[in-house]
Each structure stands twice: as C-alpha cells, then as structure tokens.
Design a protein around this ligand. Structure first.
Ligand code: ZN
Length: 88
C-alpha cells in the first residue's frame, strides 16, 4: 500500500500535477466542485501546504501579513461577494 507521500513522490518524478482543493476539505471545501479545484505542480502544491497547511483564507492572509510580506504593505482577504457586483 502506498502512502500519500509515496504517491506525491511518484507524481513529482513523473511531473504530474496534483489536485489541490482551494478551500480545504477539512474546513468544509467541496471535494468534487471544479471551482474548488486546481491542478498544481507537485512541488508548488507541497510548498503551499508546508507554509499554510489547511488554514482558512483569512488565517493565511494573517500569516502572510505577520511573517512574509513587506511590512509597508498589507495583504487583504475579502470574500468575492463583498467586491464582485456582477449583476448578470
Ligand atoms: Zn492542496
């Protein structure tokens, strides 16, 4: 039986993309909704989860501001519905 890490290594060696859930399933993200899925290179997918685990968008924005971003800037995270006024 192969572990998650084994599968990740196979994907990496074969340069296969891996499926990322933009809103993690562990916090309620939809497993099969294409809008919640992105195919990422394995190394970038792993890097994302190394940095941000399965935290919420708001928590990630907090971490970016707290530890990574130029202190002269602020990274703001808002729900799309708060800024999108598409009336179609
Ligand atoms: Zn992921």
């Amino acid at each position: 039986m192969s572990t998650r890490r084994d599968k990740a290594e196979i994907r990496k060696q074969n340069k296969m993309p891996s499926l990322h859930h933009r809103k993690p399933k562990s916090i309620g993200g939809a497993r099969h909704d294409p809008a919640n899925q992105s195919w990422l290179p394995e190394n970038k997918h792993r890097a994302w989860h190394t940095l941000f685990s399965n935290h919420s968008a708001q928590s990630i924005a907090y971490m970016i501001n707290d530890k990574y971003l130029d202190p002269e800037y602020v990274f703001i995270c808002v729900r799309k519905e708060a800024v999108c006024t598409d009336s179609s």
